[in-house]
Design a protein around this ligand. Structure first.
Ligand code: CP
Ligand code: NVA
Length: 325
C-alpha cells in the first residue's frame, strides 16, 4: 500500500502556486484531448454528494469522472445518512473502502475538514459556505486562455464580498500571483483570517490584496471583472435587504467603463440579470462566462487526476499522455 500522504482540495490554498500551475497545465492538456486520460480506469467510483442544489457542478463531475474512465455516483440532497443519521467520520471511513475520491457540496467548511481527516481517499470541496475552490480553477484556466498569463494581472470581484466566491477569488487569485481587489459594503467584506491567509500567500507569489467598499477603486483599469449572486444558497430569506445593500456593486456598462478596455468578465453562474450583473454585460463581448462554465469540466478532471497521483493512488498523468494514445 502507498505511504504517500492523501492530498485533499478543501480550500484554494491547499495548492501551492506551482501545484496550481500543474493542475491548470494538465487541464489544458485534457481539454486538448478530452478522452485520452483514464486515472479512474476500472471503472473506479467517485462519490459526489450534494447538500445544496447544482447544475454545473453536478454535470461537470458526472461527465468528468466518466471521461476519466470511472463511474460517478451522484448523491442528491436528502439521499444519504451523511451528517445527520451518521457521523461524518464514520461515513468517511466507509466511503474510503468503496470509492476512489469523495466530492462534497455542503454548508460548513468544518464538515469537509472532518471528512478529510477520516478519509483515506482524496476529498474535494465542490462548494461550502466559505469557499468554492473548484470554480476558481475553472476561472483561472479561463483567464489564462484569454489573457495568456495569470501572474501580474489585476482582478476585481464586486458584490457580496463575504461569500464563498469572494474568499476563493482572494485565495486562488493571490496563489496565482494576481492583484486581487475585493469590493463590497461594510459588514459584507472578507473575514480577517481569510485576508491574512491571502496576504501570506501573496508574500510568496507577488500577489496582492485590496479590500475596499468603493467599487470604482476596485474597477479602475482592472484586467478581470468578476461577480456572483447577492443571495447565496441558504440566504434566501435575506433577499430583500441584500438587493438594497449590494445595488451599488452591480456590474453594468458604467462599471465596465472603469475597467481596462480589454477587460474580461467572469460569473460562476447561475446569474441573476439586472441584479449583480446587467444583461448587456453578461451577454456582451467582454463576457467569457460560457468558457468559464465549460472549464469546470476540464479543471476538475485535472484536479482529480492530480490528487490521485499526488496521493500515490494513480500514475502521474503526463501532459503528453493523451497525445500518445
Ligand atoms: N457555478 C456553480 O457551482 O454552479 P452550480 O451551482 O450550478 O453547480
Ligand atoms: N455564492 C453562490 C455560488 C453558487 C455557485 C452560492 O453559494 O449560492
Amino acid at each position: 500500500m502507498s505511504t504517500a500522504t492523501i492530498r485533499h482540495f478543501l480550500v484554494d490554498t491547499d495548492l501551492t502556486q506551482a501545484e496550481q500551475t500543474e493542475v491548470l497545465d494538465l487541464a489544458a492538456a485534457m481539454k486538448a484531448d478530452r478522452y485520452g486520460y483514464h486515472p479512474y480506469a476500472g471503472p473506479q467510483t467517485v462519490a459526489v454528494f450534494f447538500d445544496k442544489t447544482s447544475t454545473r457542478t453536478r454535470v461537470s463531475f458526472a461527465a468528468g469522472v466518466a471521461e476519466l474512465g470511472g463511474q460517478p455516483l451522484i448523491i442528491n440532497p436528502g439521499e444519504s445518512q451523511l451528517g445527520h443519521k451518521e457521523s461524518i467520520a464514520d461515513s468517511a471511513r466507509v466511503l474510503g473502502r468503496m470509492v476512489s475520491t469523495i466530492v462534497w457540496r455542503t454548508y460548513a467548511q468544518a464538515g469537509l475538514e472532518e471528512m478529510a481527516t477520516h478519509s483515506r481517499v482524496p476529498v474535494i470541496n465542490s462548494l461550502s459556505d466559505e469557499y468554492h475552490p473548484c470554480q476558481l480553477l475553472a476561472d483561472l484556466l479561463t483567464v489564462r486562455e484569454h489573457k495568456g498569463k495569470l501572474a501580474g494581472l489585476s482582478m476585481a470581484y464586486l458584490g457580496d464580498a463575504a461569500n464563498n466566491m469572494a474568499n476563493s477569488y482572494l485565495l486562488a487569485g493571490v496563489t496565482a500571483g494576481m492583484h486581487v481587489r475585493i469590493a463590497g459594503p461594510a459588514g459584507h467584506l472578507p473575514d480577517e483570517a481569510v485576508v491574512a491567509a491571502a496576504r501570506d500567500r501573496g508574500a510568496e507569489t507577488g500577489g496582492t490584496v485590496t479590500i475596499t467598499s468603493d467599487p470604482s477603486e476596485a474597477l479602475s483599469g482592472v484586467d478581470v471583472v468578476a461577480t456572483d449572486t447577492w443571495v447565496s444558497m441558504g440566504q434566501e430569506d435575506e433577499k430583500a435587504e441584500r438587493v438594497k445593500l449590494f445595488g451599488r456593486y452591480r456590474v453594468d456598462e458604467a462599471a465596465m467603463a472603469l475597467a481596462a478596455p480589454e477587460a474580461i468578465v467572469l460569473h460562476c453562474l447561475p446569474a441573476y440579470r439586472e441584479y449583480e450583473i446587467a444583461a448587456e454585460v453578461i451577454d456582451g463581448d467582454q463576457s467569457v462566462v460560457w468558457d468559464e462554465a465549460e472549464n469546470r469540466l476540464h479543471a476538475q478532471k485535472a484536479l482529480m487526476a492530480w490528487l490521485m497521483a499526488s496521493s500515490g493512488l494513480a500514475a502521474a498523468p503526463s501532459l503528453e499522455e493523451g497525445a500518445r494514445r
